[in-house]
Design a protein around this ligand. Structure first.
Ligand SMILES: Cc1ncc(COP(=O)(O)O)c(C=O)c1O
Length: 375
């Protein structure tokens, strides 16, 4: 896939603009949180040069404090934390640092689209374990079958894009057991860590024996609704973080000094701020899930993330990719076909992913337009 789905995202967003469609396709929110003052202060006081390779010291300290406060994970800010250009660079630099050509990466399909490109770039090989609509549960035999003696990494994503699944503790324990058995590292993308609805987010690094073989990736974009800032990070054992930094220095070195200051301020906000951002998003999830359900569409109610997957099969849809191309013009709505999150072009042919990180009036208008189409 790689290039294929980048085209689809760009194409659907362009169609959305052309047809003045309600864009429930790409996951960018249209509200933002109150970290701007810290960015403005850094900017106005002239902190506009290269930040250090590993990140601003105030942000490194804030990330370490965040891991301790929320999860009881101890990481040394000086050696076990690396600030990156979004979670995207953290995942890319980690895979490039760890994988030699022919190494295998165990992943769950569907998967966030950027993963495929960087696994390809490293010359590594994807081994996927399917997650099936509507519960997206991990099948132990399927997961076991994805591991071989060439397994180098497990690339986990919880809460999971595009399904909205939050991996359960028993599922994480199974992944951990298999990783240990095959002496594999785990790279876990937890960008939606604060956006779970009624279920806890469990970092796999908190499981016994896992901190020493896990690189945990996150980002400010989703937590604080600042996706354009692209401030992410990776934490883990010092030698592994150093290996990732060695790759990162030749990718970007660093970026966004003033934004790093904003995120440092954000991570230190009281728990209630995180909870209220989550609660606001949960209400939006409920709004969109109710709307899709009342249209007669089976949905997988997401336990986290920005996204809900709905099955269009009851409408006679057999090709959600074709439908996604038509929807902006026909209904004035944009959504993403789940097929593009797979290597197999025939996988999940009837599923669409809708984003609910939008203003309520935008969500309601999207639902109205869909019901007009279906009614
Ligand atoms: C699972 C996942 N990882 C990473 C990202 C990108 O994170 P960032 O913008 O911090 O690079 C996204 C954004 O959609 C995502 O859904």
């Amino acid at each position: 896939m790689g290039h294929h789905e980048t085209t689809i995202f760009t194409e659907i967003s362009a169609l959305a603009v052309r047809h003045d469609a309600v864009n429930l396709g790409q996951g960018f929110p249209d509200t933002d949180a109150a970290l701007r003052e810290a960015v403005a202060a850094a900017l106005e006081s002239g902190q506009n040069q290269y930040p250090p390779l590993s990140g601003r010291p105030d942000l490194l300290a804030a990330i370490a404090a965040h891991q301790r406060h929320w999860y009881g994970l101890e990481v040394d800010p000086a050696s076990q934390v690396l600030v990156t250009v979004g979670a995207t660079e953290a995942v890319a630099a980690t895979i490039l640092a760890f994988c030699e050509p022919g190494d295998e990466v165990v992943m769950f399909a569907p998967f966030y689209d950027a993963y495929a490109g960087v696994v390809d770039l490293a010359g590594a090989v994807r081994r996927t374990c399917p997650l099936a609509f509507p519960d997206f549960a991990v099948d132990e035999d399927a997961l076991r079958a994805a591991f071989t003696d060439r397994t180098r990494l497990v690339l986990l994503n919880t809460p999971h894009n595009p399904t909205g699944k939050v991996f359960s503790r028993p599922e994480l324990e199974l992944i951990a057991r298999l990783a240990v058995e095959h002496d594999a590292w785990v790279v876990t993308d937890e960008v939606y860590e604060h956006l779970t609805f009624g279920v806890p987010h469990v970092p796999i690094a908190t499981l016994p024996g896992m901190a020493e073989r896990t690189l945990t990736v996150s980002s400010a974009g989703k937590t604080f609704s600042v996706t354009g800032w692209k401030v992410g990070w990776v934490t883990g054992p010092a030698p592994a973080v150093a290996a990732v930094a060695a790759v990162k220095q030749y990718l970007t070195f660093g970026a966004g000094g003033p934004f790093q200051a904003g995120v440092a301020a954000g991570l230190g906000l009281p728990d209630e701020t995180f909870h209220s951002l989550r609660d606001a998003l949960q209400a939006k999830r409920d709004l969109l899930v109710d709307a899709l359900t009342s249209l007669g569409l089976p949905v997988a109610v997401p336990a986290g993330t920005y996204f809900v997957v709905a099955d269009m099969a009851p409408l006679g849809v057999t090709d959600a990719l074709a439908l996604a191309r038509e929807l902006p013009a026909r209904a004035g709505v944009a959504a993403i076909p789940v097929t593009v999150f797979h290597d197999d072009p025939d996988a999940d042919p009837t599923l669409l992913r809708f984003a609910f990180c939008k203003r309520d009036d935008v969500l309601r208008e999207g639902a109205r337009r869909l019901s007009r189409l279906l009614g």
